[in-house]
Design a protein around this ligand. Sequence first.
Ligand code: UT7
Length: 402
Amino acid sequence: MSATNFSTTTAATVSTTAPAATPTAATPTAATGIAPVLTAPPAPTAANSPALQAAIARGAIAILGTGSHAPKNIVTNDDLARQGIDTTDEWIRTRTGISSRHIGANGEATSDFATRAAQAALADAGLTPADIDLIIIATLTPDLPMPACATLVQQKLGARADIPCFDLNAACTGFLYALDTAWAMVASGRYKHALIAGAEKLSSILDWQDRNTCVLFGDGAGAAIIGATRARKSTFAGSHFSPLRAGTLPPEIIGVRLYCTPDTELLHIPVGGSLRPHTAGTYAQRQHYVQMKGKKIFKIAVREMERAAREILEQHNLTTNQIALVIPHQANRRIIDAIAKNLNYPPDRIFVNLDRYGNTSAASIPIALDEARRSGRVHPGDTTLFLAFGAGLTYGSALVRW
Ligand code: UT7
């Protein structure tokens, strides 16, 4: 069975995509067919005003906009059972909390989802592709082994031709790794607006004969624009959640903590890289697909995301009472509930959308973040806590004030 054979139960787009932006990249010359590198410094904009330069110097770097996109094709648990996978809606819902997921069509790729999410994030930030001077795509399913997915996003967006574009693979923790990388690069003062995205077409690397894995994952992308903080327009009245909502502190990335404890065979794709290239034999043994020891991963995920939460809160002298919303990696509802219980954190202040997306790896946190913001769950002054965990084993946490 192929990933894209599924019949569509519901065809509704969840895109928050803005209208396509006008391409601004340098166009190839007739003589060489190669786009000339832009050498002129970017025109003065609000982005390099003295006030923003001062904000950069202070280290007040924030998420200026978010966007997300998922392919139209929605596949329910019942669809999977109908397609011959030995599973039931009841098993998947009770063991994971997942009801449906989005699956990309043939011909759609990770860069398509990332580009749509990026367009939405740019519109949200009030910026255009010409304002972006750094692109980082967190993914384990790039369109091709090379070039980087980020270069394809640059091309599809019509972004500038003189900017760095690269991919980053930290599996399901990828968005937090990209956030920390972009934060550091923007805080250095050398970049003004970074586009980061977590984007995946996981359906292309799943073994659709393995019920232990194929029911868990889905496709999609979430993006964010990282830049110096701009003045907040609203004067928020304050809230019982957080003393940080006094309205005086700017939106800001407060901190990121990243970890990697090597355990490389609990969740992996055994072949297809430089150690074990594909052969006819490895294809026959279906070793080019995701393999996971779910039960072991489950326990470590709970333990390490809880640790990442405790350590970042302690580092920044915050308590869980001061966190308005937790946005965790969306892998399993039972993992999320266990973390909430262990941290003694109210479940209604944890954002969950895995019922409609499944686990989208690096895209999971940024899709959830975008949905949380667009559905009114994030207010000016709120402090949100992100928690991620994935193959590697990578994990991490981040604190962001809005
Ligand atoms: O994002 C990266 C990190 N990944 C994760 O965090 C995933 C962590 N792990 C998990 O979420 C859970 O371990 C799973 C959802 C993968 C599995 O849940 P579980 O409660 O640990 O189930 P299990 O693997 O122990 O399997 C229990 C039973 C087995 O049958 P037997 O041996 O007891 O007869 C499985 O064969 O459930 C069976 N099973 C299924 N049955 C129906 C496994 N998958 C399915 C399925 N449908 N899709």
